[in-house]
Design a protein around this ligand. Structure first.
Ligand code: GLC
Length: 809
């Protein structure tokens, strides 16, 4: 089955059948104000923090046919009552003549036709603004005049999103609504929990005279709520009850009589859902966005933002699915993960158990510094604020309060209270930012460590460079019986939770990679002493890894506290782990023979045609000594599932050893765009990467879940652009070192780097996977494959010839 198609020219995915296997969503706005809109118009919106300041009540666990957070009703007279239907399909489920949901960049547009009425609603948040706009255009496509009423509706939640579900006594006693009569019969329906009446109000309004309104769910649905969202009895009355709710389940419904619409005629109503300190404060912008031209302008500004964002890197490869992902959907997903970390999606419910993740966000930053470096830098700074004085990091933080915690490690009595890997990621994020921008002064910026005194004042501050050095030193001293880094509560794989004293090869390799980055930086800064010191650390860990962790055909993944390996052929379950093989190649610790041997073991033992599994064979039964991983049945998530985040690491490792065909095979087999024609098995959106796909030990092999907020977005983007296409920023310039399928004749990339535009054309006449023979910049041959920094806003033509005889560097 197919549920839609890619419209690359308009940079949209268009859903043409609303009965997708699960909801397919899109993000609007940012964490400052925004959330997601599903393909049938449901909306989860918050301001600043989904746990502490949520606006709409969207309950993902309800059936897909139910109302969630918002909808739109239309109605016309029929018999003694009204024909009521939703142009969003949900929740009335009327038969439609046309349904399209355009998943655009920062907006969703639902276009539908029911009963001779064409409705087009564009839903978006203007750049930097705190309101969700629903720009509703109604056209009479029948041959008779029609009298139509338009009723947009939202349902509110208490801002404390979790309390909404845990306290059904306090919450309903506090929720209140009142109406503010505005010019021209327009109304602003105001809503707040009593304690915020003077400081923070939600409002819902439109640019059209409102004949009546409703703010109480029970009255709207009618019949003591035996009326339903599919057939709200309140809409069978000529008018809503104009009731200002004193308690209960608060909604906002505005009834607009559009009057008679002639065949071919269109009328437009623009609804706004926002939050402000007070109505008075909200008024100027509310009035601004009642003007159609201002709404059109805001929509154009949004498009301009995305034009600029995407223009930083555009590709033309022989593979159309790769092109549409790299030119549109993958960098978009990277921006979304940068904004939302793992905080708010259909799967990450943003109710407070998680916040912005330290390791997650550090990795997200790496893919967007090329596109929007300032936002990357801001996020890095936030992360450094929650690093501790000993160099380790708090696991996650709440973006409104900047209060951090130790994540799931708090749930297990006596478990280590830190994660072995978190802090090390920051070295990768900072150096990615520096290579892109060369803003070396950032290293001297002073940022506090997390610990505070009784007054809440930070106890110690350090420069960005200090923070990085402490991260390294923490791991250098936090070692187990083989001299390998301790696991802590877990490393990148959150679900392997071994007793204190266990060692992690992942942390060892991440430490190695972080050291490589710091050594390269120190070399660039000509800090010889640091280069020497860190090189010694590196050599020392490299030796330990190779001495203890080689298992014959691959590297082991952990040693538990008494020195027993996990991820070894001596185990019956969990014999081999993907990260155990990709990371020694990325860190450079693996010798060339071991690197190819280990990667071949991945191909033989972990690859499936739908992606690389994280480990195999899966554990089959709960084992408290291994922890979270054994809570999953075989083939699910980290337990033998295709955990996509780890796939690009194998791809990167394959490009390091020069095997472009295999790297591309791995890339293509997980490309969601390539699954568009057989999506029933996959179920999730074909325009974004999901976090996981069930592996071949699970009966539902191929089923995806947890779409959107996953480190896969950042790493697959880096793997494709920097390693397969090989366009890699360095301190000295833009390095071009592709590793592609041998049958490619070449490809083109336009890359903006340090303000110059590089139009790169790579030719592959000898049909090699890797190796650059010659590079010309504007027709002039250069030495080596690093195009120098030209940084002057001009456009340069870069011609790259791949081939057998690699030029000396
Ligand atoms: C989830 C977490 C991430 C972790 C991964 C593997 O995606 O957000 O932090 O690394 O799972 O366990």
């Amino acid at each position: 089955m197919k549920y839609g198609y890619f419209d690359d020219a308009n940079r949209e995915y268009v859903i043409t059948n609303p009965r997708t296997p699960v909801k397919w969503i899109n993000y609007v706005g940012t964490l400052a104000f925004g959330g997601f809109v599903d393909h049938t118009g449901g909306a989860l919106i918050c301001k600043g923090d989904p746990a502490l300041n949520r606006i709409t009540k969207y309950i993902p666990q309800l059936p897909d046919s139910d109302f969630k957070g918002s909808t739109l009703y239309l109605r016309f007279r029929q018999g003694n009552g009204y024909k009521v239907f939703s142009p969003y399909f949900v929740p009335t489920l009327d038969p439609y003549d046309l349904y399209e949901c355009h998943v655009g960049l920062g907006y969703t547009r639902i276009v539908s036709e029911f009963y001779g009425i064409r409705t087009e609603v564009t839903i978006f948040v203007p750049m930097g603004d705190s309101r969700l706009i629903s720009d509703i255009k109604i056209t009479n496509v029948s041959d008779q005049p029609m009298e139509i009423d338009v009723i947009p509706v939202v349902e509110y939640t208490h801002p404390d999103a979790l309390k909404q579900f845990t306290n059904a006594d306090w919450i309903p006693q506090t929720m209140q609504s009142e109406v503010y009569e505005d010019e021209g019969g327009m109304k602003i329906l105001v809503q707040y929990p009593f304690m915020y009446r003077e400081t923070r109000i939600n409002y819902f309004t439109s640019n059209y005279a409102v004949s009546s309104f409703e703010s109480d769910r029970e009255r709207f649905l009618g019949g003591s709520e035996y009326g339903t969202w599919a057939n709200p009895l309140g809409l069978q009355e000529p008018e809503l009850s104009n009731y200002e709710a004193l308690r209960g389940d608060n909604i906002a419904a505005l009834l607009h009589h559009l009057g008679e619409i002639q065949p071919g005629e269109t009328k437009r109503v623009i609804a706004q859902l926002g939050q402000e300190e007070s109505v008075e404060k909200a008024l100027p912008l509310v009035r601004k966005y009642r003007d159609e031209e201002n709404v059109d302008r805001a929509f154009r500004d949004l498009a301009r933002f995305w034009d600029d964002y995407l223009s930083k890197l555009q590709v033309e490869t022989p593979d159309p699915d790769m092109n549409r992902m790299l030119n549109i959907h993958n960098p978009r997903q990277c921006y979304i993960t940068k904004n939302w970390s793992r905080y708010l999606s259909l799967y990450q419910l943003g109710l407070g158990a998680r916040g912005m993740g330290f390791r997650d966000s550090a990795q997200d930053v790496m893919a967007i510094v090329s596109h929007i470096p300032d936002e990357g830098r801001e996020l890095i700074k936030k992360l450094l604020h929650i690093q501790k004085r000993d160099g380790s990091a708090m696991h996650q933080f709440n973006p409104l309060t900047m209060v951090a915690d130790e994540g799931d490690s708090r749930e297990i009595e006596g478990a280590p209270r830190y994660y072995g890997d978190d802090h090390l990621w920051i070295a990768l994020a900072v150096t990615a930012y520096l290579k892109e921008t060369r803003e070396i002064a950032f290293l001297d910026e002073v940022i506090p460590y997390y610990e505070k005194d009784k007054e809440g004042i930070p106890i110690e501050w350090g420069t960005v460079y200090d923070h990085m050095e402490r991260a390294i030193e923490f791991t250098r001293h936090d070692l187990g019986r083989h001299g390998l880094p301790l696991l802590g509560f877990a490393d990148w794989n959150d679900t392997v939770n071994l007793k204190a004293g266990a060692e992690s090869l992942f942390v060892a390799n991440l430490y190695g990679k972080a050291l490589l980055e710091i050594i390269e930086l120190a070399r660039h800064l000509r800090e010889t002493e640091s280069v020497e010191r860190y090189s010694a650390y590196y050599a020392e860990m490299k030796e330990r890894v190779n001495e203890h962790a080689w298992d014959g055909e691959w590297y082991v993944r952990y040693f538990d506290a008494d020195g027993t390996p996990l991820g070894s052929r001596s185990n019956t379950e969990g014999q081999i782990y993907a990260n155990g093989q990709s990371w020694p190649v990325i860190s450079g610790f693996a010798t060339p023979e071991r690197a190819t041997r280990a990667l071949d073991s991945v191909y033989q033992k972990l690859n499936t045609r739908k992606g690389i599994k994280l480990s195999a064979p899966a554990y089959n039964g709960f084992d408290p000594n291994k922890g979270g991983i054994t809570t999953y049945p075989p083939g699910a998530k980290e337990n033998g599932g295709i955990f996509l985040h780890a796939n690009p690491w194998v791809i990167i490792a394959e490009t390091i050893v020069g095997r472009g065909d295999r790297a591309f095979e791995y890339y293509s087999q997980i490309n969601p765009a390539a699954k568009n024609d057989r999506i029933d098995e996959f179920e999730c959106e074909p325009y974004v990467y999901p976090q996981n796909i069930l592996g071949d030990e699970h009966p539902q092999f191929g089923l995806a879940r947890n779409s959107w907020l996953t480190g896969t977005a950042s790493w697959i983007y880096q793997a494709a652009t920097q390693h397969i296409l090989g366009i890699m920023p360095t301190y000295e310039g833009l390095q071009i070192n592709p590793c592609i399928p041998a049958n490619w004749d070449g490809f083109r990339v336009t890359r903006v780097f340090r303000s110059a535009v590089y139009q790169i054309e790579v030719k592959n006449p000898d049909h090699v996977c890797k190796g650059v023979k010659a590079v010309k910049v504007d027709g002039k041959k250069i030495t080596g494959n690093i195009v120098p920094i030209l940084g002057d806003g001009k456009t340069y033509r870069v011609e790259v010839i791949m081939g057998g005889e690699v030029q000396e560097r």
